[in-house]
Design a protein around this ligand. Sequence first.
Ligand SMILES: O=P(O)(O)O[C@H]1O[C@H](CO)[C@@H](O)[C@H]1O
Ligand SMILES: O=c1cc[nH]c(=O)[nH]1
Length: 234
Amino acid sequence: MSFHIDAKVGEIAESVLLPGDPLRAKYIAETFLEEAVCYNQVRGMLGFTGKYKGKPVSIQGTGMGMPSASIYIHELINDYGAKNLVRIGTCGAIQQNVNIRDVIIAQAAATNSAIIRSQFPGYDFPQIGNFELIKKAYEIGSEKGLQLHVGNVLSSDVFYTDNDDEFTKLGKHGVLAVEMEAAGLYYLTAKFGVKGLTLLTVSDHILTGEQTTAQERQTTFNDMIEVALETVTK
Ligand SMILES: O=P(O)(O)O[C@H]1O[C@H](CO)[C@@H](O)[C@H]1O
Ligand SMILES: O=c1cc[nH]c(=O)[nH]1
């Protein structure tokens, strides 16, 4: 086992989907995978391996924010040999033309986190997704007729901010939505030379105040999940 994951080497697939919510991992494993086996319950951060259309896939909850997600992503790559890591999360829209339940493909992730900045003092090191996975996800999502947006997102260290225009100002610079992990995923996949992608379903709209329910955030967003599963198995 690694420090935070109680699996033997070989029990986790090379392709891993990464929801923030461990109960979303359980829902995905039970709903979409064949022969799903739970390999991790440490800290309640559930992880499952099963098959999607005959191909091995794992689903690992990451928790919220880059400090938590980075632990799981680091161990999945470094200790278990993960090669394709796809975050499937929720986000708050900061563009008028991005609507609740639309799907965002994060081509890149801006961040207010010090995690990456502290490694490269004096540089702005852009956090980008893997082009091959982005292209595949875009093609699969388009074929399904989804409302897709491809572009920059913000990975924020905070969900609640005292700086009223912090998020909306980034929207004015083309950033599509706010979430809390993509930049950490892209930093670590670049560092270890493996492939990373972030897909996000819009759960709330920061400009209009519209919201989905907690139940929807845990168990719906099936379109995004299917795009992620097909992207790593096709
Ligand atoms: O739905 P998940 O994947 O958890 O993602 C988003 O939701 C959480 C905040 O509610 C943060 O983790 C954010 O990135
Ligand atoms: O980080 C997040 C995630 C979902 N919705 C938000 O507004 N922020």
